[in-house]
Design a protein around this ligand. Structure first.
Ligand code: NDP
Ligand code: GDR
Length: 370
């Protein structure tokens, strides 16, 4: 039985990857942070009681800022594969926490690599580093591929740039199987609530159900190459199954503006929206409402731009070239953007029907305006 260790197992990708590896017969270990409240909602459905025998899913307390903790866990687990997904992963928040982000996302990667080296596991343990399309930053060329130069545009991206190069360096210096997956944006119903797609699908569900009036967003002109996280974790696994350690871009090859994602998400609940105005003055109003289940007034303003969500430096255009991953890995995404949006909106409508039920029976339902 292969043994995998996943950092960031409580995150979106960690949850899908853990599920995938368990289905392939792996013993899966994950590192979770101590938190004052339970933080395992995304993996509760695969949790196994540690008091039982033959448990294949095990969690360890840890943090990427703590070298001794990382060394001890890797020594105990003796993993065949490490997936380093743990990170302070929010680009805008990284402007507010630049040093912490550098420590966890940059030096955290070094801690994993160095632990494997110090423990003499360089020939046994393969390492996957969660690199990102944010490395491309300011557009140099499109579509972006494995050979496109990097120009990071946030403390997050700069920290990930260190993670990228230290992974390449350890591969070359110590002949380790250490590789980067340069993944473009990938989303799902498990996506964190403050990333733009999930913020939109949650708001669409809540507006349709009469729980919220409107949503405030930032730059609606940015373009992203969005895929489904379920497809993308499959690629992570494939990258570590190769004979040769190499870096891969994982993307769909199609890019879409934030504004069009908004349109698509509202369309899923039968609402058509019209945008007007420009920049910080842009809004969207309901033009049509074709779903008898959701009665939203025509002309109601449901989206407004708030400059607080503008970033000091923005990444305007991402569009990936997945040719290498499609040919060498045989990877092909199953979800297109329409299917992704449908999956997310459907899940959020279901989620917030629960809130509506609570509200109708007198419980206070909090507002979510992040
Ligand atoms: P999430 O934000 O959903 O999950 C991040 C995970 O990292 C969580 O489990 C979080 O724990 C954990 N974490 C945060 N800080 C630390 C720390 N100090 N020590 C240990 N663990 C920590 O991210 P995703 O699942 O979306 O992304 C996974 C990885 O892939 C990240 O590294 C991200 O930067 C990268 N990436 C993501 C892309 C995407 O589009 N999703 C695209 C390209 C790269 P907790 O739950 O306690 O907060
Ligand atoms: P990104 O994702 O920065 O690409 O990083 P995010 O969803 O946060 O932003 C995408 C684009 O949408 C614009 N935007 C807004 N973003 C947020 N969060 N909230 C808003 O209200 C809003 N309005 C407009 C942003 O300006 C941006 O242009 C994600 C993360 O998962 C990273 O960890 C990962 O590395 C990259 O994707 C690839």
């Amino acid at each position: 039985m292969k043994i995998a260790l996943i950092t960031g197992i409580t995150g979106q990708d960690g949850a899908y990857l853990a599920e995938l590896l368990l289905s392939k017969g792996y013993e899966v270990h994950g590192i979770k942070r101590r938190s004052s409240l339970f933080n395992t909602q995304r993996i509760d459905h695969i949790y196994e009681d540690p008091h039982e025998k033959n448990v294949r899913f095990k969690l360890h307390y840890g943090d990427l800022s703590d070298s001794t903790n990382i060394i001890r866990i890797i020594q105990e687990v003796q993993p065949d594969e490490i997936y380093n997904l743990g990170a302070m992963s929010h680009v805008q928040v990284s402007f507010e926490e630049p040093e912490y982000t550098a420590n966890v996302d940059g030096i955290g990667t070094l801690r994993i690599l160095e632990a494997v080296r110090l423990l003499g596991l360089t020939k046994k343990t393969k390492i996957y580093q969660a690199s990102t399309s944010e490395l491309y930053g300011l557009v140099q060329q499109v579509p972006q591929s494995e050979t496109t130069p990097f120009y990071p545009r946030s403390p997050y991206a700069v920290a990930k740039l260190y993670g990228y190069w230290i992974t390449v360096n350890y591969r070359e210096a110590y002949d380790m199987f250490a590789v980067n997956g340069i993944l473009f944006n990938h989303e799902s119903p498990l996506r964190g609530e403050t990333f733009v797609t999930r913020k939109i699908t949650r708001a669409v569900a809540r507006i349709a159900l009469g729980l919220q009036d409107k949503v405030y967003l930032g730059n609606l002109d940015a373009q992203r190459d969005w895929g489904h996280a379920k497809d993308f974790v499959e690629a992570m696994w494939l990258i570590l199954q190769q004979e040769v350690a190499e870096d891969f871009v994982i993307a769909t090859g199609i890019t879409t503006r934030i504004r069009d994602f908004v349109r698509m998400a509202f369309a899923e609940v039968g609402i058509e929206v019209d945008f007007s105005g420009e920049g910080a003055g842009e809004i969207a109003k309901v033009a049509k409402c074709n779903n008898p289940d959701f009665q939203v007034e025509i002309g109601k303003e449901v989206v407004a731009v708030d400059p607080r969500y503008f970033r000091p430096t923005e990444v305007e255009l991402l569009i990936g070239d997945p040719t290498k991953s499609m040919t060498k890995l045989g990877w092909k995404p199953k979800y297109d953007l329409k299917a992704l949006v449908n999956d997310m909106v459907t899940a959020d409508v279901l989620l917030f029907k629960k809130d509506r039920l609570l509200e109708s029976s007198g419980h206070r339902v909090p507002n979510y305006y992040e």
